[in-house]
Write a protein that binds this ligand. Structure first.
Ligand code: AHR
Length: 503
């Protein structure tokens, strides 16, 4: 059996892996909000104020740190005042980006904040730059976060909420180069400065303002935003206007027209997907290097507020609803993203998978009969929970394995590790779809005890969970054996594992 050696320095803790790298995203898109999170008070499915309780319970187990809402593209056509007050009085609108369906605004500001409270997640509200106004966005912040007495506070109180909420994260539009207004970079950079000026901190609520960033490695976009708040070598404090710049990176293995099936794929598709997912490291490095030039003290955060796999929709479903299955392959896309995130946690401060329920690379799939399915990706989030706010540890995969794809050697072993509260957590992925792998964990700097191994795998990379077979892909114990320099585990083909150790 092939063998890999993974060297881990247990006594060299590095940057903190922000728990916000495990953030989420819920858009008014398909069945993410309506039918996913929110079924309405009259539903037979158990709910609190219309919010589905089994969804809340499943997500609480992930300790999801933040939730981005209401979009995505939808954010730039959303008018928040249509989503407050008695539901019967709320005006409808057409959701032009996602299926051209009617949006009745029954899930609005109060419902979102109630959802965040139920989940224990910090709200990340994304404001409307594309079709909104500065006043509208500024009043939304006032409505949500101001105490005492003011025009917006009086409206909030009239709608049943006396106390202000805490809103730590605020997005200034979304994909402004595309669905958010088709703006040029410099035009958006000026708008971001203007909007940020009127996004006030009320009382002790401190907003972390996130400018809408690039697609993939569009560095010119990021540079325009950096130039808007700083200049090369001038020493100006860049973080006074907005505090972070986002970007989006999706794993689309085929073309946008033919993205491929989530579950019906061959070996070549598998390798291309993994290679595309691994590309996230190149893109993070490129943005980070540019940011280091303008912001050497790393005051501006990099936020990947949309990432994940994007497949053709499931046959027979609305093409505008982006409903896709989620297989063991998707779990590996997630696990290798997290290894990359951990390595770059000095600059990358937040990431949000797209999207939490029923859309793209979801954690949960639901149906109107009350079924709730945890996807393989869900289990990666759960198994990696120990990395939240832990200190990253140096990890070197030596004697790993590679696969030649079109003349490029792809790494087939991915790993990362962290330490928190006297325990280390090691994450390991065997990306080889055909061969098992013996992994020696070469542990330096401490003699850990009580290893606990967990394994996520399935008979094929196509295996996925359904209402009829909800645990086809589910975590199981993994045998961890002592070895002269550390520990040894055997990873089946296409598998993800964690080993937790007491130091
Ligand atoms: O996540 C789906 C869509 O993908 C979002 O609305 C948009 O920001 C991106 O293009």
């Amino acid at each position: 059996m092939p063998e890999a050696r993974v060297v881990i320095d247990l006594d060299v803790p590095g940057a903190t892996i922000s728990r916000h790298l495990y953030g989420h995203f819920a858009e008014h898109l398909g069945r993410c909000i309506y039918g996913g999170f929110y079924v309405g008070e009259d539903s037979d499915i158990p709910n609190a104020g219309g919010i589905r309780l089994d969804v809340v319970e499943a997500l609480r187990a992930l300790q999801i740190p933040n939730l981005r809402w209401p979009g995505g593209c939808f954010a730039d056509e959303y008018h928040w005042k249509d989503g407050i007050g008695p539901k019967a009085d709320r005006p409808s609108m057409v959701n032009t980006h996602w299926g051209n369906v009617e949006e009745n605004n029954h899930f609005g500001t109060h419902e979102f904040m109630a959802l965040c409270e139920l989940l224990g997640a910090a709200p990340y509200v994304n404001g409307n730059v594309g079709s909104g106004t500065v006043r509208e966005m500024s009043e939304w912040v006032e409505y949500l976060t101001r105490e005492g007495d003011s025009p917006m506070v009086r409206q909030r109180k009239a709608n049943g909420r006396d106390e202000p909420w805490k809103v730590p994260f605020w997005g200034i539009g979304n994909e402004a180069w595309g669905c958010g207004g088709n703006l040029r970079a410099e035009a958006y950079a000026d708008l971001a400065r203007r909007y940020a000026t009127f996004l006030k901190d009320h009382g002790d609520n401190k907003l972390y303002r996130i400018a809408a960033g690039a697609a993939d490695d569009d560095l010119a976009w990021t540079e325009a935003l950096l130039k808007a708040v700083s200049c090369l070598g001038c020493g100006r404090d860049p973080k006074n206007i907005f505090q972070a710049i986002s970007f989006h990176y999706y794993t689309v293995a085929g073309s946008w027209e033919h993205k491929g099936s989530a579950t019906d794929f061959g070996l070549d598709d598998y390798y291309r997907t993994i290679q595309k997912a691994q590309g996230i490291e190149r893109v993070i490095k490129a943005h980070s290097a540019l940011m280091d030039a303008y912001d050497p003290e790393r005051k501006i955060g990099l936020v990947l507020d949309e990432w994940g796999t994007w497949w053709d929709v499931e046959p027979g479903t609305n093409p505008g609803f982006l409903y896709q299955q989620n297989a063991m392959r998707d779990a590996l896309v997630a696990s290798l993203h997290f290894d990359v995130f951990h390595r770059h946690s000095e600059r990358l401060v937040m990431a949000n998978i797209a999207q939490t329920v029923n859309v793209l690379q979801a954690m949960l799939l639901t149906d109107e009969n009350g079924a709730l399915v945890r996807t393989p990706t869900y289990h990666v989030f759960e198994m990696n929970k120990g990395h939240h706010d832990a200190a990253v540890l140096p990890v070197h995969v030596v004697e790993g394995r590679t696969h030649d794809l079109d003349g490029t050697a792809m790494e087939l072993v991915s790993a990362s590790a962290s330490v928190k509260d006297g325990r280390a957590l090691v994450s390991l992925s065997n990306l080889d779809p055909e061969s098992s792998l013996d992994v020696v964990l070469d542990l330096r700097g401490a003699d850990p005890v009580e290893p606990i191994g967990r394994l996520l795998t399935a008979s094929t990379p196509q295996t996925h969970n359904t209402a009829a077979a909800p645990d086809a892909v589910a975590p199981a114990p993994l045998m961890v054996e002592p070895e002269s320099r550390g520990l040894r585990v055997t990873l089946p083909p296409h598998s993800f594992a964690t080993v937790s150790l007491e130091l």
